[in-house]
Ligand binder design. Structure first.
Ligand code: GRG
Length: 295
C-alpha cells in the first residue's frame, strides 16, 4: 500500500507516532549539562496535534520526498512551534497556566527555565537543520529563520500584543494571523517541498498558496472552537482569546460568518492544489481536517 492510499486518520496517527519517536530519540541517551533545562524542553515538546510536522510530510511526499529525508524538517518546525508556545504562555505574554491540558512550562518549572527552554528549543531546530546533509540546505534554514523571526511569527506576536485592547477589523486580524501562525505553517509546507525539489519548481507556488489559505483557515477554526469547544479538554486556562481582550473572527464576523470564511479559504486551498493532480489528494484531505477538527 502506498502512503497516499492510506486513509487520513491512519496517516495522521502514523505521522504523529513518527514525529513523537523522532522527538523521543532527540531527548534520549544524551548526557546533558543542565538536567532541569532538559526536562523543561521535554515537557514543552510533549503532546499537541503535530500539525506542522504532518504538513512537512504531506507536502514533501506529494513531491516525491522520502519520510526519512523529511524527518529533520518535521522536527525543526515542531521545535520552533514548541518554543513559541512556551514563550507565548509566559507571564509577560499570555500568562497561561495550562497548555495541552498540563501545566505550562513556567508553571511546571519556573519562569527563567521556561525562557531558557524556549531559547534552547529554537537553537536546537537550527542545529538539526544545519547538521542535515541536504541539497537546498541554505534555503531551508532561511525559510525557517524568516518564518520564525522578525518577518514572521515574532512579528505576528508583536502585532498581537500591540492589538490588545484595540478595536480591530477583519483585515488587521488576518495580518496578525498571517505572521503569527500562518508564517510557520507556510514554512512547514515549504520545508517539505524543499526536501524534494528546487525553489524554481512551479509546484512551489501552488503549495505556498495552499499553505497560506489553510494557515488562516486553521486560525479561524481555532477561534470558532474557542467559542464552541470544550475549553477544558482544549487545555486552555480560559478558552477564549477574548479573555486576553484580543479580537477574534467570531467576534468580528459572527460564528456563522467565521465558519463561512474558513470554508472559502478551504476552497481556495483545494483549488491551489490543482497543479499537483492526484499527488495533492492527501493534502486536500488534510486541509478539510484542519477546519473540521473538533479539538
Ligand atoms: C512567543 C515568539 C512567540 C510566538 C508565539 C504561535 C504563537 C506565537 C502563539 C500561540 C498562541 C496561540 C493560541 C495562537 C493561535 C494559533 C494556535 C492555535 C496555536 C497552537 O497551535 P496548535 O493548535 O497547538 O497546532 P498544538 O498544541 O496542537 O501543538
Amino acid at each position: 500500500m502506498t502512503t497516499e492510499s492510506v486513509a487520513l486518520p491512519l496517516r495522521l496517527s502514523a505521522d504523529r507516532a513518527r514525529i513523537d519517536a523522532e522527538l523521543d530519540a532527540l531527548f534520549a541517551h544524551r548526557d546533558m549539562p543542565a538536567e532541569r533545562l532538559e526536562a523543561a524542553m521535554r515537557h514543552a515538546v510533549t503532546g499537541g496535534k503535530r500539525l506542522r510536522p504532518v504538513l512537512v510530510y504531506g507536502a514533501g511526499r506529494a513531491l516525491g520526498a522520502s519520510d526519512d529525508d523529511l524527518d529533520v524538517a518535521a522536527l525543526a518546525v515542531e521545535l520552533i512551534h514548541a518554543y513559541s508556545l512556551v514563550h507565548d504562555d509566559l507571564p509577560a505574554m499570555d500568562d497561561d497556566d495550562l497548555r495541552r491540558g498540563r501545566p505550562t512550562v513556567h508553571r511546571a518549572f519556573d519562569e527563567a527555565t521556561a525562557i531558557l527552554a524556549g531559547d534552547a528549543l529554537q537553537a536546537l531546530a537550527f542545529e538539526l537543520l544545519a547538521d542535515a546533509a541536504r541539497p537546498r540546505l541554505a534555503a531551508m534554514i532561511r525559510t525557517l529563520a524568516q518564518a520564525a523571526g522578525r518577518d514572521g511569527m515574532v512579528a505576528g506576536q508583536a502585532l498581537d500584543i500591540d492589538a490588545v485592547g484595540e478595536a480591530s477589523d477583519v483585515e488587521t486580524l488576518a495580518t496578525v494571523h498571517r505572521y503569527k501562525t500562518g508564517a510557520l505553517i507556510r514554512a512547514a509546507v515549504r520545508l517539505g517541498a524543499l526536501t524534494a525539489v528546487d525553489e524554481s519548481d512551479p509546484r512551489m507556488a501552488a503549495l505556498d498558496a495552499y499553505a497560506a489559505a489553510i494557515g488562516l483557515a486553521f486560525q479561524i477554526h481555532d477561534d470558532v472552537l474557542d467559542v464552541t469547544g470544550d475549553t477544558f479538554t482544549l487545555g486552555k486556562t480560559s478558552g477564549a482569546d477574548a479573555a486576553h481582550d484580543k479580537p477574534t473572527y467570531p467576534a468580528l464576523l459572527g460564528l456563522d460568518g467565521a465558519r463561512a470564511r474558513a470554508r472559502e479559504l478551504l476552497d481556495e486551498a483545494l483549488a491551489a492544489l490543482a497543479p499537483l493532480g492526484e499527488a495533492g489528494v492527501p493534502l486536500a484531505e488534510l486541509a478539510k481536517y484542519m477546519i473540521e477538527r473538533d479539538y
